[in-house]
Design a protein around this ligand. Structure first.
Ligand SMILES: Nc1ncnc2c1ncn2[C@@H]1O[C@H](COP(=O)(O)OP(=O)(O)OP(=O)(O)O)[C@@H](O)[C@H]1O
Ligand SMILES: [Mg+2]
Length: 441
C-alpha cells in the first residue's frame, strides 16, 4: 500500500518550496465564459482556480488583459459564480505535462486521466507553444511512412515527418480512416488528439486502442465537443507538445489530430470573445494563425533525429473545398487526402478520391517505377470517372479510346485495389507489389 505513495512522495521531495507571498485576484465581471479579474498580474496561458460554491473551485485560463484587468476564460460552467470571488493562480504558466508516464493512457486537455486509471506523475514539462527552432532544423522528408492502408501507401505514398491533411465533408469516413492508420502505421509512439469530436467516439476509440497491442506506445488526448473552447485548444497543444517531447528523444512519432477544423473553431470562439473582427467565414486572423502554428510544429528534427508525422483531419463544411480552414491547411500541409462522398455512397471504403489527393513528397521517396505505376493508375481512374456516365448509359463504343477501354476492362480490379476492410493492415512493400502486379506487363 505504501509503495503506491512512493512516486507521490518523490515528486513532493523534488518540488522546490515556494515561500513567496500568495497573491489572488477578484472576479470583477463575468460575461458568458469570459471573466474579468482585478488585482492579478500573471501571463497569458496561466491557469487559475476561481472560488465557486463553498469548498469547490472552477478552473480558468488567462487569455488576455485589457485596461488593467486580466481576461480569463472559464473551463467550466459559470452557474453560481459570484462577483468578488477569489482567483488564485496555479501551476507554471505556459507549461504542459509530458513524458513516458502518459504512454498507454487517455487524458483530457489538462493532462488528467479520463480512463479510470491511477493519477499520472509526469516528470517533464514542455512549453505549450512549442520550442521555436530554426527552419534549418527541419530535415527533409527522405523515408517512406507506412500507413497500413493500401491505397495511400501505393498511390499517395507519405514520408516520415510529412504533414498530411485528410479532407472531407461530415460522415464520409475521416475518423474511421484515422483509426485504421493508428492501428496499421509503423511508428515508435502514436499520439492521438481527439478534439471537439463526439464523446461516444472518444470512448469507442479509447476502448479499442487501449486494449490493442500498440497500447504501450499510444497516448490519447481527448477533449469532446461540449468542452470550453480553450480546453479544446489546450488539448491540441498538449497532444502536439507530447509529440514534440518524444521527438526530442529521437523517436519516430505519429501525431493524429481529429479534427483540425474543431481546433480552428475553438480558436475562432476565443478570438471573437476577445473582440477580434471575424474575417473569412467569421474566422478572425488569429484562428487561422493558430492552426498554421500548430501544423508547423510537426516534421523531422535534424538535432534529435526524431520525427513527427502529422495527420490532421479537416472538415470541408458542406463538402466545400474552399472553406478558409481547408484552404489554409492545404497551403501549409505537405499533402492531402480527399475523401469523396459519392465514393462512400457507393460503398467504396476508404473513400479516397485518388485524383484529388496528393502527396507532395512522393516523387522524392519512391522508385521511378513505382511513380510510373501510380501515375498510370491515376490516369486510368481519371479516364473512367470522366466518362462514367457515358459508359453506364452504353453510349460509349469500345475501340474509340484505348486508354478508356483499358480503364473499363480493369475498373473492378482498380476499385477493389482501393477498398480495404477496417481490420486489414497492408504494409507498404505489399501495397507496392500489389500495384505492380495489377498494372504490370
Ligand atoms: N472504412 C469504412 N468501412 C465501412 N464503413 C465506413 C468506413 N469509413 C466510414 N464508414 C461509415 O461512415 C460513417 C461515418 O464515418 P466517420 O465517423 O469516420 O466520418 P467522419 O468523416 O469522421 O465524420 P465527422 O465529420 O462527422 O466526424 C461510419 O459510421 C461508417 O458507417
Ligand atoms: Mg469524425
Amino acid at each position: 500500500m505504501l509503495t503506491l505513495f512512493d512516486p507521490l512522495l518523490r515528486d513532493l521531495a523534488a518540488e522546490p518550496i515556494d515561500l513567496s507571498p500568495r497573491r489572488f485576484g477578484l472576479v470583477a465581471a463575468c460575461d458568458g465564459g469570459l471573466l474579468e479579474v482585478s488585482g492579478l498580474s500573471i501571463p497569458v496561458g496561466a491557469m487559475c482556480r476561481v472560488a465557486h460554491k463553498p469548498g469547490t473551485t472552477l478552473a480558468a485560463e488567462v487569455i488576455g488583459f485589457r485596461n488593467g484587468r486580466t481576461l480569463m476564460m472559464l473551463l467550466g460552467d459559470s452557474v453560481m459564480l459570484r462577483p468578488g470571488a477569489r482567483v488564485h493562480p496555479e501551476g507554471k504558466p505556459g507549461m504542459l505535462p509530458v513524458g513516458a508516464a502518459f504512454l498507454g493512457r487517455a487524458v483530457d486537455g489538462e493532462g488528467l486521466p479520463i480512463d479510470g486509471g491511477p493519477p499520472i506523475h509526469a516528470r517533464s514539462e514542455w512549453p505549450s507553444g512549442g520550442l521555436r527552432t530554426s527552419a534549418l532544423d527541419r530535415s527533409p522528408v527522405r523515408e517512406t511512412f507506412d500507413t497500413g492502408v493500401r491505397s495511400l501507401n501505393a498511390l499517395t505514398t507519405f514520408g516520415i515527418g510529412q504533414r498530411i491533411g485528410v479532407m472531407a465533408g461530415s460522415g464520409v469516413g475521416k475518423s474511421v480512416l484515422m483509426d485504421m492508420i493508428a492501428r496499421g502505421a509503423e511508428a515508435d509512439i502514436i499520439v492521438v488528439g481527439l478534439i471537439g469530436e463526439r464523446a461516444r467516439e472518444v470512448s469507442d476509440f479509447v476502448e479499442r486502442h487501449m486494449h490493442a497491442e500498440k497500447r504501450d506506445r499510444t497516448v490519447v488526448v481527448a477533449v469532446p465537443a461540449d468542452h470550453a473552447p480553450n480546453l479544446r485548444l489546450r488539448g491540441a497543444m498538449l497532444a502536439t507538445s507530447m509529440a514534440e517531447h518524444f521527438r526530442a528523444q529521437g523517436k519516430k512519432v505519429l501525431l493524429i489530430l481529429d479534427s483540425l477544423t474543431r481546433v480552428a473553431h475553438a480558436a475562432r470562439e476565443i478570438g471573437l470573445l476577445l473582440g477580434e473582427p471575424g474575417a473569412a467565414r467569421g474566422y478572425p486572423p488569429s484562428a487561422l494563425a493558430t492552426i498554421t502554428k500548430l501544423v508547423e510544429r510537426a516534421g523531422n528534427s535534424a538535432a534529435s533525429g526524431g520525427s513527427i508525422t502529422g495527420l490532421y483531419t479537416v472538415l470541408a463544411d458542406g463538402d466545400n473545398q474552399d472553406d478558409p480552414v481547408v484552404d489554409t491547411a492545404r497551403a501549409i500541409l505537405d499533402g492531402h487526402v480527399v475523401l469523396n462522398r459519392a465514393l462512400a455512397q457507393r460503398g467504396q471504403y476508404p473513400a479516397v478520391d485518388i485524383a484529388a489527393s496528393l502527396s507532395r513528397v512522393m516523387n522524392d521517396i519512391v522508385s521511378p517505377d513505382h511513380q510510373k505505376l501510380a501515375r498510370e493508375f491515376r490516369a486510368l481512374t481519371a479516364s473512367y470517372e470522366a466518362n462514367r456516365d457515358l459508359v453506364l448509359m452504353g453510349a460509349y463504343r469500345s475501340g474509340a479510346d484505348p486508354q478508356l477501354d483499358r480503364a473499363i476492362a480493369m475498373h473492378e480490379l482498380l476499385t477493389a485495389f482501393l477498398c480495404q476492410f477496417g481490420g486489414e493492415i497492408i504494409d507498404i512493400d505489399t501495397s507496392a507489389a500489389q500495384l505492380a502486379a495489377l498494372l504490370g506487363p
